[in-house]
Design a protein. Structure first.
Length: 112
């Protein structure tokens, strides 16, 4: 039974075909398009090292998220007190978080 699983002399091993290049041969080849892209990237300006979330600096995004959460808490507390604002505290607190985040980002960029 083991004799059936072994490749015969002159036959390629299982999973290979006679016309497949060896891994060493395939590794030495490069595509001309990849070389052209590497040359184009050398002249490009260095990307900003600021981490971004949804296209905005991470500091601003986190400030908006904290403001939004604070607005939800404020809306719940106002609801318990009997004052029913639906979305106004959430929007106002998220906008305040955005303003605070923008100022923090400007200060951080000024320090660089």
């Amino acid at each position: 039974m083991n004799e059936e699983l072994k490749p015969q002399a002159g036959e390629p091993a299982e999973g290979t075909t006679p016309d497949m290049p060896e891994p060493a041969e395939a590794a030495g080849e490069t595509l001309p398009a990849a070389e052209g892209q590497a040359e184009g990237m050398e002249g490009a300006p260095a990307p900003d090292d600021t981490p971004r979330i949804f296209g905005m600096p991470a500091v601003v995004f986190r400030s908006i998220a904290v403001g939004f959460a604070g607005g939800l808490i404020l809306t719940g507390l106002l609801g318990v007190l009997g004052v029913h604002f639906r979305y106004l505290p959430i929007i106002v607190c998220a906008a305040a978080g955005w303003l605070i985040g923008k100022q923090l980002d400007k200060r951080r960029n000024a320090q660089k």
